[in-house]
Design a protein around this ligand. Sequence first.
Ligand code: MEV
Length: 297
Amino acid sequence: MGSESATGFAPGKLILSGEHSVVYGFPAIAIAVDRGTRVTLHRRPGPTSVERSVIRDARLDKALGTLLPSSGIGVEIDSDLPVGRGMGSSAALAVALVRARAALEGRVADFDECHREGFAVERVFHGTPSGLDHAVSARGGGVRYRRADGEVHIEPLSLPALRLVVLDTEVAGNTAELVAGVRSRRPSIDPLLDRMGELTDQIASRLAAGNADIGGLLDWNHSLLRQIGVSNERVDSLTRLARVSGARGAKLSGAGGGGIVIALVDDPEPVLSAARVRGVPAFSVGICPPHAPEEHP
Ligand code: MEV
């Protein structure tokens, strides 16, 4: 039994540690956030096409074509994520699309389906993604993710209360180009990637022990990301702004080259107001809880 119209939602994500190094088999820690992307599908005659979308991307039609038939579906896409900034808007779109398609067919997409089919969509956007973004979007909550020797390890990570503020550079980083740039700087940057792996394990151990005191480790992570060449002056200036406004630590999150900075705070207000005064878009984020157990392993 199908329906005439159906909606799927999936959250965006923030990477706490391990972006870029995750591509080379090191672990990463990411959290699903309380913002995301909603896809509505409805049956109607004519070619399948996007009727309304806040995500404007030349690859959108191709991405939809990986999951939808070539005719008979109208698509609407809404999102409250900043697009192209490292918060996983394309991964959230991928997972929301899998969920909406299943709902249109009168069923619920489980984690495996979201993970497998979502990856096909993510590949259209990012070429050779590690799979981290859509895994955390499909699962919700906190995740320690590792993909090595063709095997994917996704471990739920229970998190202490973390207060995070996102500061937006308003510049979209190109993930595929940034990943290719890091690859071109290997093997001379390999010791830095090793250190990122160790640091990520340290952050995961602290969080798993209920210890939210990871500010200094986030600062260290940012310094490593700078050294592998994915930060820039705008990103660095927002990390400094967050720190001088009382953040315990701040780093770029996602591919870099612009995108967003995350700041760990005790109280969001001083960082939010410092950002406001300088005209920098900023907001606090909460964690999207893990999805229902039957939907993930
Ligand atoms: C992008 O959100 C994170 C990167 O590590 C790329 C990836 O994991 O595919 C830069």
